[in-house]
Ligand binder design. Structure first.
Ligand code: GRF
Length: 215
């Protein structure tokens, strides 16, 4: 697989996108960001992309009463796909995109989808074999943390280390084949914000490496 045209989906600040754009500008990365889509109009990542002249789209998921939520979500995913497919892309990067994409979306998407996750995740085969943890450099086992609040959870569980992972997205949330992972120590006095910022420093480096490898 080559990843020369990358579609980025994000919901927030986009500091990882910034690292990718910087690497693209310096020639470190052969691939290029072809478009950026957000489900949030106020995502700062959109402003970063616009600053580079990259096409951007805001595709909101409309609120719906419970009985209509599934249909609204399916319609939103179809809109997302039609926006994506108006461009040429060979990789979709979820970079702080705070929505789960359905199996139907993943099956219809023209390109592989990868995700940045701010915790250590094992390979799916290890998880399935009961090894749902990642060994650390200190010989400890860090349990796989999945979902949207994993930085806080790492602190709440009193772990000595956490980290970040880039993995392929499959219908099983936060459990796809791993492309790269990096360990980040948890230090005394860490808050969710300080720990997440340190994780993001590792993530920015790692996503550029992964994209360079795929390109
Ligand atoms: C990263 O920690 C990523 O792992 C998570 O969302 C964060 C995005 O950060 N899914 P930013 O918007 O790139 O600063």
């Amino acid at each position: 697989m080559t990843a020369r045209s990358i579609a980025v989906l994000l919901s927030g600040s986009g500091s990882n996108l910034q690292a990718v754009l910087d690497a693209q500008a310096s020639g470190e990365l052969a691939g290029r960001v072809a478009l950026v889509i957000s489900d949030r109009a106020d995502a700062y990542g959109l402003q970063r992309a616009l600053g580079y002249g990259i096409p951007c789209a805001f595709v909101p998921l409309p609120a719906a009463p419970p009985a209509e939520r599934a249909a609204a979500r399916a319609a939103w995913e179809r809109r997302l796909l039609s926006v994506l497919n108006a461009f040429s892309y060979d990789l979709v990067l979820l970079s702080g995109f705070m929505r789960v994409l359905s199996a139907e979306f993943l099956a219809s998407c023209r390109a592989p989808v990868i995700n940045q996750h701010p915790a250590l995740l094992p390979d799916p085969a290890d998880a399935a074999a009961g090894r749902d943890y990642v060994p650390t450099s200190a010989g400890a086992r860090v349990p796989a943390l999945r979902g949207a609040h994993v930085v806080a959870e790492a602190l709440r569980r009193g772990l000595g280390a956490t980290g970040c992972t880039v993995h392929y997205v499959t219908p099983e949330v936060d459990n796809g084949p791993v492309l790269a992972r990096a360990e980040v120590p948890i230090v005394p006095g860490d808050t969710e914000a300080s720990l997440h910022e340190r994780i993001k420093i590792a993530e920015r480096r790692m996503i550029v490496e992964v994209l360079a490898r795929l390109a």
